[in-house]
Ligand binder design. Structure first.
Ligand SMILES: C[S@@+](CC[C@H](N)C(=O)[O-])C[C@H]1O[C@@H](n2cnc3c(N)ncnc32)[C@H](O)[C@@H]1O
Length: 278
């Protein structure tokens, strides 16, 4: 088996920090070694050192995206952190439905930044369908972005195994998803595809969170959840300030339940646990 030396790990960590803001501490070294070895085994073998040299010399954008997928984690689930959805119901959808809150042009714009394979943006879309009064003329769009090829393919396919649907009640599954045959090559049991009426609300794009947000926003709501844990403090600050530039005044920013903006010195005020207002 090909080995990963500490020096080579540091060179990979340097690429990850510069390109994607990822902070790979030393405790990730074994994980990275395992993932790189497995990737090389599946792709004809070779030494980790040679692979890293190739990446340093003359990488294509696709080579880099492959490395990003090797290094990143896509864990997600439907209606993850239900308190965030309860906050949106209470502070956004109920007042909108009652007419005590207005959004310009009745346009509601949400962004699932670092959306992984789609459970988050599709949960946001399902909630909007459930809570916005039909016929009231609201125009809702949910932007779903990630950098990962694996994630973007997942959102586009919008097809999940039953295990990936934890968090989605049987009622919601029956209403918003449709059962499809799993490919014969995969013994994963039944699969479920998100219906068109939900998918239609979601626009999918690639976005590196540490690169320019030109053309994005303004958003009423941004979910930036369970991604800042992979960034160092400076990157977290930079990303939150970029978010500030695309969230409208009074708009909502939700971070992961294990994440916080406290200590970052950013112009957001706390509104609930891991929820902030611009
Ligand atoms: C653990 S998942 C979180 C998914 C979802 N937000 C949730 O909370 O369930 C983290 C996601 O962040 C993405 N990610 C990490 N660094 C990124 C970057 N620099 N730009 C865009 N996406 C990034 C990964 O590809 C991954 O899909």
């Amino acid at each position: 088996m090909s080995t990963l030396t500490e020096t080579t790990f540091k060179r990979i960590a340097d690429i990850a920090r510069r390109r994607w803001g990822l902070s790979l501490g030393e405790r990730k070294m074994q994980l990275v070694a395992n993932r790189l070895s497995s990737h090389l085994r599946k792709n004809g073998g070779g030494e980790i050192e040679d692979y890293v040299q190739r990446l340093e010399r003359n990488p294509t954008e696709e080579d880099m995206l492959v490395l990003f997928d090797i290094l990143s984690t896509n864990v997600t689930s439907f209606f993850r952190d239900p308190a965030h959805f309860a906050f949106l119901e209470r502070e956004l959808y109920t007042p909108l439905a009652k007419g005590t809150l207005a959004v310009p042009g009745r346009k509601l714009r949400l962004w699932s930044a670092a959306c992984s394979t789609g459970a988050e943006p599709y949960s946001l879309a399902i909630q909007a369908l459930e809570l916005l009064p039909p016929g009231a003329g609201f125009d809702v769009k949910i932007l779903a972005t990630d950098l990962s090829n694996k994630a973007l393919t997942g959102v586009r396919e919008a097809t999940y195994t039953e295990a990936q649907l934890t968090g989605l009640s049987p009622e919601r599954r029956a209403k918003y998803l449709v059962r499809v045959d799993a490919p014969a090559s995969r013994s994963v049991g039944p699969m479920w595809r998100v219906k068109d009426e939900v998918r239609r609300l979601v626009e999918i794009r690639r976005q590196n969170l540490v690169e320019s947000y030109t053309g994005l926003g303004p958003f009423d709501v941004v979910f930036l959840r369970n991604v800042m844990i992979y960034f160092d403090r400076d990157t977290r600050h930079e990303v939150v300030m970029r978010m500030h530039s695309v969230i409208r005044p009074g708009g909502i920013l939700a971070v992961g339940s294990a994440e916080t903006l406290s200590g970052l010195d950013v112009p957001f005020r706390p509104a609930a646990a891991s929820v902030y207002i611009r």
